[in-house]
Ligand binder design. Structure first.
Ligand SMILES: [Mg+2]
Length: 396
């Protein structure tokens, strides 16, 4: 776990509905529902009436008769998502997309060139607003779990930093629904017993939680309430790339030093790949220069590999090819990522599955029923090869 709060969770607000409001001024400030049969997204004005994603259209219209219902425009959402992910990747090479409108960004290695994580988050929000015209909320914390919780609390159009020393205080005052994995079933069971906050959960024994929620949910919740084991949160999500980066400050840097930095990065990434039993085919070298410009160079291997020597060989070739640029502009950051990852016998699964709540699955099924499976496929293919899988429904 990182020592400092340097993980950003960036999540666009009411994504599809916000794109509609951005593109049609008549929709701004008004309740907007995307999708007629099933609610694919609702603007905050519609959410205020109780409209929720994945709700049936008839119920949504009953709750919010004044809402304007618009058909989805997947290509517009795809384009907006691409543009936002460009901003993410301009912020840091370490971007882990978890859905069409949401990603984790590790900015831990960037202090020297980009400043403190909170400042980076402020600039990221401004850049998304400026370049894409959309509001994005960012949570900053030491772990992905807390960063995700923080962005949920900060929504809409917010920024929330959780400093390491206030993690428990932050968590314990929250309603239990803020914890990942707590769906309607779990929260109803807790509410029956007058348990409403994470702090109340934290005071309960694991055995008691298991007795009321079952083993999986009970243990999961107990761990999260104690700010432990963030791993269950990301169950089911498979990364498609792994990377590492290092800021090296303004030069001049001797070539052997650059090569040593590169070797260290490749070693780190390849070790992590082997630990996760993954092999990869595409090696990408990312460079940032004195003038803040950037360059990316990739090479794809004939055979996927996780061998340090194989990956390093390719990375060194990329570095050599970039030397003219480095000499001209001066390099301040080196990043290495390995993509096209394969795992042995493992499948990509949809992210955001909740342990006790089939909400997303049934929502996706409903969407397939309504729009045909191509609606789902299109969104899934959107970022193919770019490092992440995409569920159809952004959760917020
Ligand atoms: Mg979102």
């Amino acid at each position: 776990m990182a020592e400092q709060a340097s993980i950003l969770h960036a999540d666009l607000d009411a994504f599809y509905a916000s794109v509609e409001q951005r593109d049609d001024p008549r929709l701004r400030g008004r309740p907007v529902i995307v999708g007629g049969g099933v609610v694919l997204a609702a603007s905050y004005e519609a959410k205020a009436c109780g409209v929720k994603t994945a709700m049936g259209g008839r119920l949504a219209k009953a709750l919010c008769p004044q809402a304007i219902v618009v058909p989805p425009r997947m290509s517009a959402y795809s384009a907006a998502s691409k543009a936002v992910f460009e901003v993410f990747r301009d912020t840091t090479p370490l971007v882990e997309g978890i859905s069409i409108d949401e990603a984790f960004l590790d900015v831990g290695g960037l202090r020297k060139v980009s400043g403190e994580p909170a400042d980076i988050a402020v600039r990221l929000r401004a850049a998304v607003k400026d370049r894409v015209g959309l509001a994005i909320t960012v949570g900053v914390a030491r772990t992905k779990f807390l960063a995700k919780v923080a962005s949920g609390v900060a929504k809409p159009d917010g920024l929330l930093v959780v400093p390491p020393e206030t993690e428990l205080e932050f968590l314990h005052q929250l309603p239990v629904e803020r914890l990942w994995g707590v769906g309607t079933v779990t929260s109803a069971k807790l509410h029956e017993r007058r348990i409403r906050t994470v702090g109340q959960v934290a005071r309960l024994g694991e055995a008691y939680l298991v007795s009321i929620l079952g083993q999986g949910a009970g243990r999961h919740l107990h761990a999260l309430a104690h700010n432990r084991d963030p791993r269950p949160v990301v169950v089911g999500r498979r990364r498609r790339s792994m990377g590492a980066q290092r800021a090296i400050g303004r030069g001049p840097h001797a070539l052997p030093d650059l090569e040593a930095t590169l070797a260290g990065l490749v070693d780190r990434v390849s070790r992590r790949m082997r630990a996760a039993d993954r092999v990869g085919r595409t090696i990408t070298l990312r460079l940032r220069f004195d003038d803040y410009s950037r360059a990316t160079r990739s090479r794809t291997l004939r055979q996927p590999s996780s061998h340090t020597t194989v990956l390093l060989d390719a990375a060194q070739g990329l570095l050599a090819a970039s030397l003219p640029l480095i000499v001209e502009r001066g390099v301040t950051l080196i990043g290495v990522a390995v993509g096209n990852l394969d795992g042995q016998g493992e499948q990509l699964m949809l992210p955001l599955e909740r342990p006790d709540d089939g909400g997303l699955d049934s929502a996706l099924d409903a969407v397939r029923e309504r729009f045909g499976s191509s609606a789902v496929t299109r969104a899934t293919l959107l970022h193919r090869g770019e490092g992440f899988t995409v569920p159809l429904l952004p959760d917020d």
